[in-house]
Design a binder for this molecule. Structure first.
Ligand code: MLT
Length: 409
């Protein structure tokens, strides 16, 4: 009889956002009159920039002609897009990344999940706590988690690095034990915190001296509004020999339903005598057939002057929502973090209330869907996450309703 991968049995019953969806659907069914506002999952609501859709239309027309038809593309992405990314996202900022070091994909979620395949199961894995659940779940699936200890919230080889108000939600360098893989996400999902250049520099130094690899998720870099906050780990000297970076068009240009992202692996990153660039290239050419041509043409349009203008407009829209949430919830007497350089606002629950309790309360009394902090890890307990990706009108309504619900406590 076939044997299954029992590592899957160590996972929580469902993915966090599926669980929230299940609860919300159940509530909506029981209360059909409820006018729910979703500020839970970080999904964008603004349409694709017209520069993008026009480029996609042109690409579709091309595909309808014998000379413009494209079959399988290069697994790593078309040169036109890799060149645009290298120039606009890196070289323009003085960062040394070449087009050949960029791998296009269908999402930062898939890439950050799949990247673990390059590494042995016997590595210690360090993640921020609270953490984007994909990093934890995919390591558990790979058998890198050992047993889950419900009491400490720890998996065998997984180390949670507490990110709490006291350390500004940026983890401290570990503890003596050697971590092989270190997942960092800044601007952070879910707390909205950012790491300074100095803090990233310390991590880079640690990784280079210990031989670890930093998996740096920069999916939210477009939301950085303050000067001097690093947009990329590669702004830090030494990162080319210890870091891999994930970026996405999802939150930047509205591609959550269109799917296009990229991962940067410097050719200078070598571990165990092996260049990780070559390993990933081998992995992708075996398991991935590339992002659709039409989508890559759309993504390329993000880097035109018109595309850049439109993308900035959309980001500014979400940033205004973030301010509305921050201000409104503060006025309601809540303690809030994030939302300045990120589309997420991390809100302390009132009176030490549990995350899921506050989540339910807001669902039932305010008709607002949030994300319970505890779903992101033990240090998320006592918080909820609110996203700025809703419509402006919904965001204002949601903040008023939350303030009203909190006022009754
Ligand atoms: C979130 O809500 O955390 C995001 O949707 C995560 C993602 O991009 O997968």
């Amino acid at each position: 009889m076939v044997r299954i991968n029992r590592n899957f049995l160590k996972l929580p019953g469902s993915y966090l956002f599926s669980e929230i969806d299940r609860r919300v659907k159940g509530y909506a069914q029981a209360h059909p009159q409820a006018q729910l506002i979703g500020l839970g999952i970080g999904d964008v609501t603004r349409p694709l920039p017209s520069a993008v859709t026009e480029a996609m239309h042109r690409a579709v027309e091309e595909m309808a002609t014998p000379e413009g038809f494209h079959g399988y593309g290069p697994e790593q992405g078309y040169d036109f897009l890799r060149r645009a990314i290298a120039r606009w996202d890196y070289q323009r900022r003085g960062i040394d990344i070449t087009p050949e070091e960029i791998f296009l994909s269908d999402g930062a979620k898939s890439d950050s999940g799949n990247m673990g395949e390059l590494f042995g199961v016997d590595n210690v894995v360090a993640v921020c706590d609270p953490v984007y659940p994909v990093y934890v779940d995919t390591n558990a699936m790979a058998g890198r988690a050992g047993e889950f200890d419900g009491h400490t919230g720890r998996w065998g080889a997984l180390r949670y690095m507490p990110c709490v108000a006291d350390n500004g939600f940026v983890p401290d360098i570990p503890w003596g034990e050697e971590a092989g893989l270190i997942y960092l996400c800044f601007p952070n999902n879910p707390t909205g915190a950012v790491a300074s250049r100095e803090q990233l520099g310390q991590w880079v130094e640690y990784a280079n001296s210990s031989g670890a690899v930093i998996l740096f998720d920069a999916a939210y870099e477009a939301f950085i509004s303050q000067e001097d906050v690093p947009h990329s780990i590669f702004e830090v000297a030494g990162a080319r020999t210890c870091a891999i970076e994930f970026r996405s068009f999802s939150k930047t240009a509205g591609f959550t339903g269109t799917r296009c992202a990229y991962t940067v692996i410097p050719k200078t990153l070598v571990r165990d005598g092996v260049a990780l660039h070559a390993l990933w290239s081998r992995r992708q050419s075996t398991k991935f057939n590339g992002v659709p041509y039409v989508v890559q043409r759309g993504a390329q349009a993000v880097y035109t002057p018109e595309g850049q203008r439109q993308v900035r407009e959309t980001i500014a829209y979400y940033q205004r929502n973030a301010q509305v949430i921050r201000k409104g919830l503060e006025q309601a007497g809540l303690t809030v973090y994030g939302g300045v350089n990120a589309p997420y606002i991390w809100v302390k629950t009132p009176d030490g209330m549990g995350s899921w309790v506050f989540f339910d309360l807001l669902l039932e009394r305010a008709g607002v869907v949030t994300t319970p902090g505890a779903g992101f890890g033990p240090s998320g307990e006592g918080y909820i996450r609110v996203t700025a990706f809703g419509s402006g009108a919904d965001t204002c309504r949601a903040v008023e309703r939350i303030a009203q619900a909190v006022g009754t406590l």
